[in-house]
Design a binder for this molecule. Structure first.
Ligand code: NAI
Ligand code: MG
Length: 399
């Protein structure tokens, strides 16, 4: 029987990139049923819930999701856009994609960033004697996806219980003891031993399976001693006991952001907590062409997995008569789904074709021209999302 995939287009450009990706998957011979599930802004406005229960149920049942992108807005703006019947009834907006991650404990997030040969957006640098070099980036970031600074444990103007707990900490008393309570805003950074071990182990396993020689823990253990410190200590233990053949490196997030513009080719697998993983993965994504190329997978311990581009709904490009955004980030996310499902032959073919299309450079979406600055490419970059998908499909037929 055919697999069922939960297709969650979401908002803005989410729909077009997902539709075109499904067209490509079908052309590549991947057999599946797709059920569309509601998520995003429209459902917030109409129902007061951007992540309806029926969508949760579909994912619970079918386990595998493809997600486009959603529009998120700050709490107060969101409340003002509810339909009149729902206004002032106590509905509070929260991001449905963060909601999905928390609900299904999609704690492992994987974001590969690999150079496409011939991409006009590739990072270039000045090497020795001013020579221009184009390093090949082949990095896979493992981001803890549910804890840390995005765990949602936050206060402004903390109540008595919280304040009492804070004042029991000598550092709080020393550094913040004289600040009026209503001037305090606090966001906690909670790491658990289990969550941290799981992301580290996933990173090491991936490195072993895909022959990367190093795993880099990218945190800040010398300053954030408890959480970052625990992560690095656990990494040392896991490496020593289970992965002695893989080198363990340790970088600080700030220095890492500088080094990735100097020597990105040094790094293999990188692992970090939620926020630093978010930051460092956007940094590496910038080196390989940015949001139009950055894919991701997120998965839970009990077999639920959602695959999505890292970009958002890009509202300013959503209302074009013809869509012009780049579908490759979504296509590559779907390839990660194929790998997850064991359909590695199909994903290999799609990736091969995408690489060829980029290398040939005949069909380029607007983003590929915008930043290139190369006169021969400026003329191009006018392909629509559909034309890019058509080109990929045409090439698939020749394989
Ligand atoms: P965005 O990623 O939607 O767009 C930023 C810019 O990147 C766009 O204006 C466009 O120039 C470019 N871009 C994005 N995707 C592209 C593609 N496939 N091809 C070519 N160019 C592309 O980020 P922004 O503008 O900060 O946020 C827009 C909305 O998306 C917000 O409501 C935000 O909350 C939401 N968002 C949702 C995410 C998700 O669904 N996972 C992630 C990030 C933002
Ligand atoms: Mg991000």
């Amino acid at each position: 029987s055919k697999r069922t995939i939960v297709a969650m287009p979401g908002d803005g450009i989410g729909r077009v990139v997902l539709d075109e990706t499904i067209r490509i998957l079908t052309a590549a011979g991947f057999e599946a049923n797709y059920v569309e599930a509601d998520i995003g802004w429209e459902f917030w406005c109409k129902e007061g819930n951007p992540l309806p229960k029926r969508t949760i149920d579909l994912l619970e049942k079918h386990k595998i999701g493809l997600f486009g992108a959603i529009t998120s807005k700050p709490k107060d703006d969101a409340a003002s856009e509810l339909t009149p019947e729902l206004k002032n009834k106590g509905y509070v907006y929260s991001s449905p994609i963060v909601g999905l991650r928390q609900y299904f404990k999609l704690d492992i997030c994987i974001r590969p960033c690999k150079t496409y040969k011939g991409n006009p957006l590739n990072f270039i640098r000045r090497g020795k004697e001013g020579k221009i070099e184009e390093p090949i980036v082949d990095v896979v970031i493992f981001r803890q996806n549910t804890e840390g600074l995005y765990g949602g444990v936050e206060w402004s103007n903390p109540d008595n219980t919280v304040y009492a707990a804070l004042t029991s900490h000598p550092k709080f008393v020393k550094n913040f003891g004289d600040v009026p309570r209503d001037e305090l805003s606090i966001s906690t950074r909670i790491f658990t031993k289990n969550g941290t071990s799981r992301i580290l182990t996933a990173a090491f396993e991936y490195a072993r399976k895909n022959s990367y020689k190093s795993v880099t823990v990218c945190e800040k253990p010398n300053v954030i001693r408890e959480t970052s410190g625990m992560m690095f200590k656990l990494a040392q233990e896991i490496q020593r006991k289970q992965f002695p053949e893989i080198e363990l490196w340790n970088t600080n997030i700030d220095a890492q952001m500088m080094w990735l513009t100097k020597n990105p080719e040094y790094y293999g697998v990188i692992v970090a907590g939620n926020m630093f993983g978010d930051i460092v993965s956007d940094g590496f994504a910038g080196l390989i062409g940015g949001l139009g190329f950055a894919c991701s997978a997120q998965m839970s311990e009990d077999g639920i997995a959602v695959f999505e581009p890292t970009h958002g709904s890009a509202p300013k490009y959503a209302d074009f008569k013809t869509s012009i955004v780049n579908p490759i980030a979504m296509v590559e996310s779907a390839c990660m789904m194929l790998d997850y499902l064991g359909e590695t032959e199909i994903s290999r073919r799609i990736r091969e074709v995408v690489a060829e299309v980029i290398l040939e450079g005949k069909v380029q979406t607007y983003d590929m021209k915008k930043m290139s600055g190369k006169p021969d490419v400026i003329q191009k970059g006018a392909a629509s999302t559909y034309q890019m998908a058509d080109e990929i499909i045409a090439k698939l037929k020749t394989k």
